[in-house]
Design a protein around this ligand. Structure first.
Ligand code: AHM
Ligand code: MG
Length: 320
């Protein structure tokens, strides 16, 4: 019999809260509501192969009703799960241009939620991993009324919680409050997230690099040199590295955290502003990576994540 204590996400966050006597329980309630949205999205993602039969096409159905795409469904589901918990004053989503107010008949809280409902959504039809990313801040605007744009546009350093849900061979919720990163795997038979990865630490060294090499032609010459260097043979520095690129940031980052290595999404001459969004993608992922021991450099518009302190790699990166 395994000696590992059986711990659900709900129980884990309650026990964590007990360690902080001043805690109000607000963050626990937010995480708990988010986990409900994650379970519902996971259920629908698992049915994505039945898209023609069950909907989520983005087209109009035979009754003339428009059928939502899965990413819009995920957006709506998170909003519905979070709008009435009484802990949030404002939300913002990658799927909506404007900030999202809490309906006036619900209690307004002290926290701000930013989310990317379904990251990597171009992978849905191919049954490849996708994910939900979230980031929580304390409100900075005065009063107890609705939150403002100022609440949403806070620097990444002000995040109090960040996490992601990866919908893959199993569904996993990973989060941090800045003290340790913990992963919970969904057991669909009982509908609970169970603690499966306690205190994840990024390995000191990995052997995988992850970047969209189709953009090679447009890269900065320094970056081209660095990637070529990773591909060269050298026993001392355990090169060449292998390459893995899924094209779903949550999945690529999740692998980098577990196996080590490098993940990058740099800007290039064709896309000088880069692709990843600071508030919905780079900030939360960087908070998580740093909480599990890896440097994550958001040197806008680039995102670079490297496993453990590796002076050799850092030296080379500095030469870019
Ligand atoms: P999305 O939010 O529209 O899904 O785009 C973000 C995704 C990331 O998950 C991933 O790292 C990147 O886009 C992949 O882009 P590309 O296909 O250009 O490599
Ligand atoms: Mg995204």
């Amino acid at each position: 019999m395994s000696q590992t204590p059986f711990m659900t996400l709900e129980r884990y966050i309650i026990e964590e809260e007990r360690k902080h006597p001043g805690a109000t329980g607000a963050l626990s309630r937010i995480l708990s509501d988010l986990s409900i949205a994650a379970k519902i999205i996971s259920r629908e993602v698992n049915k994505a192969g039945l898209v023609e039969i069950l909907g989520f096409t983005g087209d109009t159905n035979v009754h003339g009703e428009s059928v939502k795409k899965l990413d819009m469904y995920a957006h709506d589901m998170i909003f519905k799960a979070m709008d009435h918990g009484g802990q949030l004053c404002i939300m913002a989503s990658e799927e909506e241009e404007d900030i999202i107010h809490i309906p006036h008949h619900f209690t307004i809280g002290k926290y701000v939620l930013l989310f990317d409902p379904l990251d990597g959504s171009s992978n849905i039809d191919a049954n490849v991993n996708i994910g939900t990313i979230f980031s929580i801040f304390k409100r900075v605007s005065d009063g107890e009324g609705p939150g403002t744009l100022e609440d949403c546009l806070q620097p990444g350093m002000e995040q109090v919680v960040a996490g992601y849900v990866i919908y893959g061979s199993s569904t996993m919720l990973v989060y941090t409050t800045g003290e340790g990163v913990h992963g919970f795997t969904l057991d669909p038979s009982i509908g609970e997230f169970i603690l499966s990865h306690h205190n994840i630490r990024i390995p000191e060294k990995g052997k995988i690099y992850s970047i969209n090499e189709g953009n090679y032609k447009y890269w900065h010459p320094g970056l081209k040199k660095y990637i070529k260097w990773l591909q060269e043979e050298d026993r001392k520095t355990e090169r060449p590295y292998s390459t893995r690129y899924i094209g779903s940031m949550v999945a690529d980052v999740h692998r980098t955290i577990l196996y080590g290595g490098i993940f990058m999404y740099p800007a290039d001459s064709r896309n000088p502003k880069g692709k990843l969004r600071l508030m919905y993608e780079c900030n939360p992922v960087s908070f998580i990576v740093e909480a599990c021991g890896g440097p994550s450099i958001v040197n806008l518009p680039d995102l670079i994540i490297i496993s453990g302190p590796s002076p050799c790699l850092l030296k080379n990166l500095n030469n870019i």
